[in-house]
Ligand binder design. Structure first.
Ligand code: KG4
Ligand code: ZN
Length: 367
């Protein structure tokens, strides 16, 4: 591995796993100098979802100008960048390809180490990014349980330390964000629907519609949101068109509450599961003290409020990213890359984009 400087490692990071093109400069303490993103919401909106081919073409247009702008706006040049981190998996293969190929070329041209990052590690680390407006909660401690909820993933992780992640449970069908987007689409709320459902829910009564809370088996840490999606579709169909606008707020609030109920319940179950396992294997650790909530759906105002309330009641420290680091961004990828580099890991030119995570990205049987 190339010699690393004594000062903090500065990483230029690239994220192109789905439809957001993002570039950031982040150091190994998680301090973000700059994070610039170009979304493609308007381009994909007419299709009601991300069109992979269009997403990758737009990445090719946005990426290099964003890199130049990030360096310029932060008064950096390549001599101050120690490494290049890029999301290599999981995601849309064509979108990932644009980021990975660009990162490889830049690493060759400027002779910088290259680090391929798993997008989900990025989300797990997002609550711990620092910038002029945000500092992570100081009482947060490892080990912790992380609930990562996004458009493509809904998973619970046990994190004994940064860099080690055990999957405790994951969605068996739709991710929570995907359910939000489909629900938003059924109501004509545009794409992506999550943020608009959140907005319309502010004026609604969450008890008006009783949507299902699918919990699977009693002790299951997995999720399923396809039943909720179908129930919501049936409910919307049963409402006369002329009344739909009046019911919109109530539908959104009821849907949002159903998702929050399931997520908080599973988070609680995961904490209990880990507590039991930890106390058996290590009597010095009495119980978990910290949890985190992350991913695009962690931007949801109701879910944030419910998580805070629950954490307070259970005497747990909760870390949630500010809204700008909930949805896809390169800052979280840069932090993950910087930590990997500090641990002595880097990728070589065989780094390839992959639609799925690699088994080695996660550790098995930690608890
Ligand atoms: O993490 P992210 O940017 O992309 C993936 O990795 O998938 O998450 C995007 C998801 C979308 O489904 C979007 O609708 C959802 O996050 N989202 C929200 C809110 N803001 C974004 N869902 C509910 N409420 C929000 N305020
Ligand atoms: Zn994401």
């Amino acid at each position: 591995m190339s010699q690393l400087p004594e000062r903090k490692i500065q990483v230029l990071a690239i994220e192109t796993s789905c439809d957001d093109t993002s570039v950031a400069i982040v150091d190994s303490d998680g301090v973000v100098s700059i994070c610039l993103s170009a979304d493609q919401n308007l381009v994909h909106a007419p299709f009601g979802g991300v069109v992979p081919e269009i997403a990758s073409r737009n990445h090719t247009m946005h990426l290099l100008p964003l890199i130049e702008q990030a360096l310029k706006n932060s008064n950096m040049d390549w001599s101050k960048i120690d490494a290049i981190a890029v999301t290599a998996r999981p995601g849309l293969i064509g979108s990932l390809m644009v980021g990975v190929v660009t990162a490889k070329s830049l690493s060759q041209v400027f002779r910088k180490p290259l680090i391929g990052v798993n997008h989900l590690e990025g989300h797990i680390l997002a609550p711990f990014l620092k910038d002029s407006k945000h500092n992570p909660v100081s009482s947060f401690k490892t080990p912790f349980v992380s609930l990562a909820v996004s458009g493509g993933h809904t998973s619970l992780y046990f994190v004994p330390e940064f860099g080690k992640y055990q999957v405790l449970g994951t969605t068996r069908d739709d991710a929570a964000g995907e359910a939000y987007d489909k629900f938003g689409q059924m109501l004509g709320l545009g794409f992506p629907g999550g943020v608009n459902v959140d907005r319309r829910a502010q004026q609604g009564d969450s008890g008006k519609y009783n949507f299902p809370r699918t919990l699977l088996a009693e002790d299951s840490l997995d999720f399923s949101f396809s039943g909720l999606k179908s129930a919501a579709a049936r409910q919307i169909r049963d409402i006369p068109k002329s009344e739909l606008e009046n019911e919109m707020g109530h539908l959104c609030a009821s849907f949002q509450e159903a998702i929050a109920d399931v997520l908080i319940l599973k988070l609680e179950l995961a904490v209990k599961f880990v507590d039991q396992k930890l106390s058996k294997s290590n009597p010095n650790i009495k119980r978990l003290e910290s949890v985190s909530l992350t991913g695009g759906v962690a931007a949801n105002s109701r879910l944030r409020a419910r998580a805070e309330e629950w954490a307070l009641k259970n005497n747990l420290t909760l870390a949630v990213p500010p809204l700008r680091y909930c949805t896809d961004n390169a800052a979280m990828i840069g932090f993950a890359g910087a930590l990997q580099l500090a641990r002595g890991f880097q990728s070589d030119l065989s780094l390839a984009p992959m639609a799925q995570s690699l088994p080695g990205d996660f550790v098995h049987e930690l608890v």
